[in-house]
Design a binder for this molecule. Sequence first.
Ligand SMILES: Nc1nc2c(c(=O)[nH]1)N[C@H]1C(S)=C(S)[C@@H](COP(=O)(O)OP(=O)(O)OC[C@H]3O[C@@H](n4cnc5c(=O)[nH]c(N)nc54)[C@H](O)[C@@H]3O)O[C@H]1N2
Ligand SMILES: Nc1nc2c(c(=O)[nH]1)N[C@H]1C(S)=C(S)[C@@H](COP(=O)(O)OP(=O)(O)OC[C@H]3O[C@@H](n4cnc5c(=O)[nH]c(N)nc54)[C@H](O)[C@@H]3O)O[C@H]1N2
Ligand code: SF4
Ligand SMILES: [Mo]
Length: 625
Amino acid sequence: MIEALRTLPKEQTSSHCCFCSMQCGVELVPSDKNPGLVVKPSPNFPVATGRLCQKGLNSLEHVLHPERVTEPLARMNSTFGAWSPVTWDDALGDIAKQIQELQQEYGHDAAAVYGGGSLTNEVCYLLGKFTRVALRSKYIDYNGRYCMSSAAAASNQAFGIDRGMTMPLSEIPKAKYIILAGTNIAECQPTMMPYLLEAKKNGAVIVTIDPRNTMTSKVADIHVRLQPGFDSVFVNGLLHVIVNEKLYADSFVQERTVGFEQLAEAVKSFTPARVEEITGVLEGMVRTVARGFAKAETGIVLTARGLEQQVNGVENTLNYINLSVLTGKIGRPGCGYGAVTGQANGQGGREHGQKADQLPGYRSIEDPAAREHVASVWGIRPEELPGKGVSAYELLKKVDEGEIKALIVLGSNPLVSSPNSGMVERALQKLKLLVVIDMFESETARYAHYLLPGSSFLEGEGTLTNLEGRVFHRGKVLELPGSSKLDYEIICELADRLGRGAYFQYSGIEDVFNELARASAGGKADYSGITYDRLKSEKGLFWPCPSADHPGTPYMFQKSFHHADGKARLFGITPKMPAEPIDTDYPFVLTTGRLSNHYLSGYRRAERKVCIRRLQYRWRRSIRG
Ligand SMILES: Nc1nc2c(c(=O)[nH]1)N[C@H]1C(S)=C(S)[C@@H](COP(=O)(O)OP(=O)(O)OC[C@H]3O[C@@H](n4cnc5c(=O)[nH]c(N)nc54)[C@H](O)[C@@H]3O)O[C@H]1N2
Ligand SMILES: Nc1nc2c(c(=O)[nH]1)N[C@H]1C(S)=C(S)[C@@H](COP(=O)(O)OP(=O)(O)OC[C@H]3O[C@@H](n4cnc5c(=O)[nH]c(N)nc54)[C@H](O)[C@@H]3O)O[C@H]1N2
Ligand code: SF4
Ligand SMILES: [Mo]
């Protein structure tokens, strides 16, 4: 067993669950029983207020799992051939040599990086810097493209900034009307449920909009069972009623928004009767929800992947944002819009340079001022920075087309999570060099030439940003198993082997964070006022936090939005119909939907034990009748 290879802590230590974006606090308590540690909910972190779901309670499982890779492995002969253990020295030396040879022959862009949204801010930041400074390649992207990129695009368009939630979770109990669209909180962010239940106790009306009856819709007062892909039609119906009956926030719309006329024009023909005709949702229902939300004193709209991951995901999300903005339910207590982030660091992971078109602080890589600022922090000339790359799927296509010859994957399992897995499988086999840095031999790692053992959430210190935009510090609890290394050390050591070590000299992870904070200064996601000391004493700070004495920004848009004129944008949405409507030959619609006891591509193994327990529970229940 892995735990036999290292000393477990003798004292109780604090950390955070590694799974979803709630980032609940956990306590690791020493125990006499195997494996010597128990996970307990932490009452100290304000977000989950002393609760954990099944995944959190089992989050130790993968850290101590016997199948964990604990030494560098190389496989030079054939895919699926036997792995041979190698020293770090040989592995990193050979990888660097092969990258240099490939880049000499095919150019810098022949090497690429593929990251993930579960990693700390520091590791995400370093992956972006490593790609641009050590590889000097433009090709980096990450798994978040398959997650909530359409929500990010919509928030940027409407508000001029993308922070998933515009308000802290603590606002939910103050809302009198809550719309949950395409979000199954009870299974995906279970510890958020108490906030909804408290709102209900305070008299809130809760509406769920989902094609299925879900664990979340069980607590709803109204459940709109919408066919997949029809959100914009339904929301246009709501907006039609609100405009027609003059239920919108007139002065708010005049003073703080642009685009009302386009919106009013676009929704003109979406009468409740027409919406019923297209979607099957009764016209009375459209009127009830529209009037209910618009007339409520306070209200919150939350969306997630159900509608964001449709072909018209950006428009769907923009339309739900329209609902919040048109009714003035944003930027004041008990109000707000939120796209509920998914992965542990889905928020921070998209802010510091892992995206193909971005530099740290959510800056555009095409903006000359941003390039100059970040280049000066990195100690290079702006013209040395590569330009914009391509998004995750296009990156994998470039592997398939032969333009990218070497790929480093850290924190993702794209063979399972990317669309068109046939293409991805073919592409991975074409690579001259695939390096996977993971804790397990994932499906993707089976095609790797090198599998390097990285660190789990309990082994590496760092910061993450939860679904609220709250940046917090996560300490180190465990020593690394075997000869595994911290993810950040692997990146820095590889940079050194590539002859660029001078740009990756850090005295520790805090030093990386301080550089990230400087690089983000003046950007949209400004972390420059955040330090480890502040995070440790204040249990988290909301970005933007632009100076050492700034208190952070829990509520956004109280006075202005982030477009240059300070106004939010309303959009007229002409709904696209679903790409493939059903007919008698193809009568089924498939869409996304998660299970509480399963997590993403399944490689963090906690769910195995949980699933078994769950089955046993059901079994016992059924015996008892
Ligand atoms: N247990 C568990 N929790 C997780 C994860 C996990 O894998 N397992 N993953 C994490 C991650 S990365 C993410 S991104 C989040 C995802 O969190 P969610 O987005 O909440 O999860 P999903 O179940 O994918 O989708 C939510 C709901 O959308 C509905 N839906 C499908 N199509 C449509 C549509 O066209 N319109 C509307 N209105 N609804 C629709 C589905 O029926 C489903 O109930 O969860 C995070 N939490
Ligand atoms: N069909 C379908 N596809 C989907 C979705 C869907 O609903 N349906 N959902 C999409 C969504 S929302 C998302 S977010 C993506 C996610 O898709 P993936 O990126 O595949 O997510 P994970 O399964 O979390 O894979 C993470 C990998 O990184 C490793 N890992 C985790 N933490 C660390 C770490 O700290 N260090 C290192 N070195 N490795 C680590 C894990 O062991 C695992 O192998 O999938 C998308 N794809
Ligand atoms: S709600 Fe999310 S962060 Fe909290 S214990 Fe469950 S999976 Fe972990
Ligand atoms: Mo996600």
